[in-house]
Design a protein around this ligand. Sequence first.
Ligand SMILES: Cc1cc2nc3c(=O)[nH]c(=O)nc-3n(C[C@H](O)[C@H](O)[C@H](O)COP(=O)(O)OP(=O)(O)OC[C@H]3O[C@@H](n4cnc5c(N)ncnc54)[C@H](O)[C@@H]3O)c2cc1C
Ligand code: SF4
Ligand code: SF4
Length: 1014
Amino acid sequence: MVQQLPEHTPADRRETRSDSLYQRFLLELEQQGFAGDIENTYGQRLIAATDNSIYQRLPQGVVYPRTTAAVQLIFQLAQSDEFRPIRFAPRGGGTGTNGQSLTHWLVIDLSRHMREVLKVDVENAQVVCQAGVIKDQLNDRVKPSGFFFSPDLSTSNRATIGGMINTDASGQGSLVYGKTSDHILGLTAVLTNGEVIQTAPVPLSEARNRATGDSLEAALYRQAIESCVEQRPAIDAKFPPLNRFLTGYDLKHCYDPQQDTIDLSRLIAGSEGTLAIVTEATLNLTPIPRCKVLVNVKYSDFQAALRHAPTLVKAQATSVETIDSNVLNLAREDIIWHQVAEHLQDVDGQTMNGINMVEFTATESTLLDDKVEELIATLDAQLNSADPKGLIGYQICADATSIQTIYAMRKKAVGLLGATKGKRKPIAFVEDTAVPPEHLADFILEFRAILDSHQLHYGMFGHVDAGVLHVRPALDMTDPTDEALVRTISDQVAELTAKYHGLMWGEHGKGYRSEYAPKFFGELYPEIQKVKRAFDPENRLNPGKLATPYGSDESLQGVQAELRGHYDRQIPITMREAYQPAMNCNGNGLCFNYVPESAMCPSYKATGNRQYSPKGRATLIREWLRLNSGQDMDVSGLPPQRTWLENRFKPRLSPNDFNHEVKQAMDTCLACKACATQCPVKVDVPNFRARFLSWYHQRYARPTKDKLVRDVERLAPLLAKLPRMSNVLTHNPVTEWFLKRVVGYVDAPRLSTPALRQQWQWLTADVDEILAKPPEKLAQSVVIVQDPFTSFYDAKVVQAFGQVAAALGFVPILLRFIGNGKAQHVKGFLNEFSKTVATVGPQLQRLADANVTLVGLDSSTALCFQDEYRQFAPAGQSFTFTVNGVQAWLMQHGEKLSSAENHTLDHKRWQLLSHCTEQTAVPESAKHWQHIFERVNLELEVTATGCCGMAGTFGHEQTHQDTSKRLFEMSWQEPLARDDVGHVATGFSCRSQVKRFAGQAVEHPIQILARRVV
Ligand SMILES: Cc1cc2nc3c(=O)[nH]c(=O)nc-3n(C[C@H](O)[C@H](O)[C@H](O)COP(=O)(O)OP(=O)(O)OC[C@H]3O[C@@H](n4cnc5c(N)ncnc54)[C@H](O)[C@@H]3O)c2cc1C
Ligand code: SF4
Ligand code: SF4
């Protein structure tokens, strides 16, 4: 008997079983008609156990309310004696860097359903929204009115308004735009006793009226007056007038002496879910500055960039952001660099070790021209001086799209740091100190000395205008020695920031770093505790963060509590290495991107379920590895082959086996590979998904549809011998019924008629026949490496390529079909895939070694040769061959392309809809197609789209029909409805999807070229 994947039942993981009190509570909640989702399987709990921090804490369950009343019901039910011990933590995007939303108790997540923008009041520049709305989503909605919600943060495409309010988020431009709390006009919040309050500034006299009575709200006003009005002198003396003032329980701004008002919103802002659950917010809006200019100032030394910052701020810039050489170099290796490279060009003879990005904004260009000119004059003078003080150059960027991409790169900085090579990865724990900006350079000098004394690598970037620098030292948290440094360095940095009269938490909040709060609040800390006592006397909301209720003997969380490294370290190194992409996920949440037109991540976008995101899948796999390690099961290699008999007697699916939860999360993945490039640390889900599936099905039986997909490369060539008859056999009501109901496969494509071999006018040959040709003939040839989809189901595309190649003077040769194996990999038939690689790879390598140019017509299968083939190369072999995409080959060889005069085309203007794998893996391909179309006097518009929902065979599987259609409707349906342009699509799957959902026959761009040039 071979070693078999074990079951992972709740009994095997006793320490993680959920408490029966919480199970009863959730059951009761459901019975009382809770409006929302209640989830508490192991996998569902795991996805709320991490954020972007070094911590991991498994909650008892997660509830996803739809309304304020649903949140209220949770707390009303929790008032009963039985449920009194239950505790809660709210959660939004889960992008906290210090474990703010992590809890061992019940998570209330508002990000899934409470995503409505309720009212846009243009006249008064205000908006009312639910707390789960994502910041960029809110701005998309108000943009047409000429406004935006101005506090910015790097996670703006996934952080929620509730999360922003509760961390008092801010970021780029904070000198001008302030923090989130500066923009709150009112909040709707649910208190621990189930009372719902509306907060807004109220005159002190009114606050005194409200402070009478027995309600919890009355107690809050009493405490606010006692702590914020009566303690005013102590507050003024304690808090320096910093741009990044002390967040959370904001005693200083709760009372406004000028207006003589009290605003409870100010206490809730930054309170990290410890005081109340915010369900709705009224926010003020800012007019969008129509004119922007960004000056990218370059330095040979990062310290020089920091020293220069105050001069740049004096130039009346809206913001000054900085990036050090570590971040810059990582950006150079990322997909983002091809968009920003032209704006950050190297300076001849110099090394760029830091940049300051100085932004000027205004509603009229005349208002910023003078400022920019003045800055340029200062920079020129410094550059031409005898001592330019590390300044090496600058570049001006005034075009809005380019500015946006440069900021996208800056926003990606944290993620980019995560891509640092080696076991030590930059992590957040001292990452957002704030000091008065004029002291920043000196402060950082000492900060670096601390890190250098521990021989640590780090990257730095941040908001130099506000004195906030993000520093992430690289540690290996699976190494106990490195883990101990978290405490040492935290203490040292806390001392250092206090010395410079700054703050330990300038931007990201306190979370598990709350233990330093008493030190920084000093004699005012008891007031903070009294506020906590007034809101949450029993310490039921996010206990251990920020403050314990006054008089309670509970304690705050410490920086070394519940570390993720503790769990990761239980996985043997061989397994960590084999599943490195999953281990590398640092939870920054970039894969929760909501934008329909972005490729990342279609399964999350379509379902709104974080289990079905790259982060969710990586989290489940990490835990799966840990559980296997606990049972001495090594899954680092491929599963051993089983005998025919063993395969006949596979165990039945047993309920409660965690393997199934992981399987379900993997099944919903489209294997589009967007994560492999879009995730800053390249969490390549299809890579570990295939490994998981191979082990899972070693234990549990395979569905027939998987075998059908695996066999497509064997079946298609056979069926294509008699395509018409095969189509009749496969496309009749009986077969279709069988395929749908029994196999679970729908809308199978029809084979091409006539078949490719009936159309192809040029040579078809195998590898030996090709290599038998003289080298000079080979130099004029281009060899098409066939994929099963285009060749057998869309033969006209291959024929069109042959026509274009011939028109360019090349001899097209069709390599006899030898297979590719992509489908085997996707479905986790890894033993079979390895054999395919071992057969096909060496043949293509022989061609490449003879300088034969190879082209593949389907990008996702062609890319498999460059990616999965290299990972699965047989021992002792390595593959260096490239199967070029059509556009890449045309860019090299298409200079002779020109338009023939005697053709007719329906359109002069075309719209390109790219395959999502190609978009992300070969980002320049769309631009290349544009150049190629220009050469034949055609216009090609590139339209941003996400995944079409087909992704190979995903969209053909009956169980995925809803997801597939939803994805198509999200970003493909609308562009296809345009009739002022012709549409072309590079992916075979995409063309099939368009055909079935839009009823349109869309062509590959090479078919348009073929008609144009022949
Ligand atoms: C790569 C990266 C870059 C970042 N850059 C910035 C930056 O530029 N500026 C910045 O300020 N922050 C930044 N952060 C930190 C983080 O994104 C912010 O703190 C953000 O505001 C958190 O929002 P969220 O929706 O993810 O909230 P979560 O992380 O889910 O929650 C944050 C806190 O708010 C509480 N909370 C959430 N929703 C509610 C609610 N409805 N009611 C009550 N409490 C609630 C939670 O309990 C938790 O304590 C960054 C984080 C990462 C990973
Ligand atoms: S998968 Fe990538 S993008 Fe998503 S949370 Fe993990 S590291 Fe971030
Ligand atoms: S392959 Fe695509 S669907 Fe699967 S996790 Fe990655 S981005 Fe999401």
